[in-house]
Design a binder for this molecule. Structure first.
Ligand SMILES: [Zn+2]
Length: 226
């Protein structure tokens, strides 16, 4: 292998639906490999706050109620990749979302002499995800978490921790909402998965298991890809 290529900051892409534990896993990869997770929202906010040229462009668009263009996001990403903390590598989360963005990202990486080391797809079982998420509820008083099927309080409707009977469910966690969110995710991500598969950098892992097992599987993939 070309030693020069190995020294370039790595670029990993993490694909996974809401609820798949992407945030937790990304944080663990950051710690283990010295990588930096870059989510589109954080990138935009930081660039706007820093007042960079691309940040100012993004701010103007957002203030006018528009959507920040791919070009602006790429410019922000270009600036960010050059910063010191990104020299081990980055984990992209939430970008690219489309194959057009993926192609723009490839062009940027050609420019910086980097490449996508791996695009890792966290695979979930939709029915199990709906059950997992829609069964969640919390104590409205102390915030203790419960679940219809996996963790009921000892006395139905009463918090084990503080005795409150005020239980709360998030509107977002309704079964239909979760199912349609997953459907939208799959529709949006399928072309990207294909894109990275064609490029030979796609890795898929089962994200329904225990969190630590997923971390181990991810770590193996990243070790191989760096
Ligand atoms: Zn409580």
């Amino acid at each position: 292998m070309d030693g020069d290529v190995l020294t370039r900051p790595a670029v990993l892409i993490l694909l996974g639906p809401p609820g798949a534990g992407k945030g937790t896993q990304a944080r663990r990869l950051e710690e283990k490999f010295g990588l930096v997770q870059l989510s589109t929202g954080d990138l935009l906010r930081a660039a706007v706050a820093a007042g960079t040229e691309a940040g100012q462009a993004a701010k103007a668009v957002m203030e006018a109620g528009g959507l920040v263009s791919d070009e602006i996001v790429i410019n922000i990403l270009r600036d960010r990749l050059a910063e010191d903390d990104c020299q081990q590598g980055v984990i992209l989360d939430g970008f690219p979302r489309t194959t057009v963005q993926a192609a723009a990202l490839d062009e940027l990486l050609d420019e910086t002499g980097q490449r996508i080391n791996a695009a890792i797809s966290l695979e979930v079982d939709d029915a199990a995800m709906v059950e997992r998420i829609s069964g969640r509820y919390t104590c409205g008083s102390c915030g203790e978490g419960y679940h219809d099927n996996f963790k009921q309080p000892k006395v139905q409707g009463t918090c084990d921790n503080c005795g409150s009977t005020e239980m709360k469910r998030r509107a977002d966690d309704k079964a239909e909402t979760v199912a349609s969110r997953l459907e939208a995710y799959h529709a949006q991500t399928a072309p990207l998965v294909k894109y990275y598969q064609t490029k030979g950098v796609l890795a898929s892992i089962d994200a329904m298991g225990a969190i630590d097992e997923i971390t181990t599987a991810l770590g193996d993939i990243v070790s191989d890809a760096l």
